[in-house]
Ligand binder design. Sequence first.
Ligand code: IMP
Length: 169
Amino acid sequence: MKSEILIEEEKIRKRVEELAAQLDKDYDGKSPVLVGVLKGSFIFLADLVRKMKTPHQVDFLTVASYDGGVKSTGVVRLVSDLSINIEGRHVLVVEDIVDTGLTTDYILKNLGTRNPASLEFVTLLDKRICRKADVPIKYAGFEIPDQFVIGYGLDYNQYYRNLPHVARL
Ligand code: IMP
C-alpha cells in the first residue's frame, strides 16, 4: 500500500505540546476527566497527557462508525462505555479525527445527558470540509483536506496505527 507523509512526526510533537499548554491554562484547578475515543485516539491521548501538568483522570469509550473501509457508515454505535461517573465533572473528549462530525455529535448527546459540569472536544485532525453535523470542536491540532489518512493512531483496516506521522493513503 502506497502512502505519502502529510504531517511529520516533529510537527505533531510541537502541536501536541501547544495543545497541552492551552489545556493546562483552560483547565487549571478543574481536575478534568479526559475521555479517549477508542481506538484511534490512543496515541494522541498518550502523548497529550504526558505533556499536561494539570491533575486529571483518564477514561475511555469505544464507538464504531466505520466497517473497516474508508467511508463512515453514518451509523454510530457505542461499543464500550466509560467506567467512571462524569456527573458534575469537567469532561474533555479526545478524538483522533473529526470527519462528518456524526461520531462527535453522538458522543456529545450521549455524554451530555449525564450532566457533566462542562463538555468539550479536542481532536488531533479536523476534516472540517466533510461536516454533516455542526459540532463544537474547541481544540483542533490540524485542519486537513478531504483525504483518507493513516498513522499516529489512525487505521486502515486496523493497520498502520503505529506510523509516527500522519500519511495519506
Ligand atoms: P465521523 O463520524 O465521520 O466524524 O468520523 C469519525 C471517525 O471516523 C474517526 O474517529 C475515525 O475513527 C474515522 N475516520 C474518519 N476519517 C478517517 C481517516 O481519514 N482515517 C482513518 N479514520 C478516519
